[in-house]
Design a protein around this ligand. Structure first.
Ligand code: FES
Ligand code: FES
Length: 152
């Protein structure tokens, strides 16, 4: 049975098997390749998207659970040339290395800083506890997020 849900403001329909992970539907069916399928075990955060506004690891969300729900992916943050504030802060601090972890980090920070716009370094580190960066650029990620929070 097909599942209908909203992705980045558009009504979408997937006829994939109900247990197919959301990350695979996004990437293979809808060609939204921002979310990365890295560990596929919920451990790295690279596949993070927002589900009804909250960050989830999309490798562990079966598409069958999504009827009527709303998904937001990193592609929605900068629909035009203009970067989102979080992306802009990352660019200003020259944070990105290989980029594998970044869609997840950006989605977590986007959600977290919307809730806690003036968060400090410790809160930001806690928010990012589920996001692993194999290039280990954590300090600059936190610096960029703190700088953004301080501007608010
Ligand atoms: S691929 Fe989903 S948490 Fe690592
Ligand atoms: S920038 Fe390479 S994994 Fe984070």
């Amino acid at each position: 049975m097909a599942v209908s849900f909203v992705v980045n403001g558009e009504e979408r329909r997937s006829a994939a098997d109900q247990m197919t992970p959301l990350v695979d539907v996004l990437r293979d069916e809808f060609f939204l390749t921002g979310a990365k399928a890295a560990c596929r075990e919920g451990a790295c955060g690279a596949c993070t998207v927002l589900l009804d506004g909250n960050p989830v690891v999309s490798c562990l969300v079966p598409v069958g659970m999504l009827e009527g729900r709303e998904v937001r992916t990193v592609e929605a943050l900068a629909p035009t040339e203009e970067l989102s504030p979080v992306q802009q802060a990352m660019e200003e601090h020259d944070v990105v290395q290989c980029g594998m972890c970044f869609p997840g980090i950006v989605m977590v920070l986007t959600s977290f800083l919307a809730e806690c716009p003036q968060a400090g370094p410790d809160e930001i580190k806690t928010a990012l506890v589920g996001n692993i960066c194999r290039c280990t650029g954590y300090e600059r990620v936190v610096d960029a997020a703190v700088a953004l929070a301080q501007r608010r």
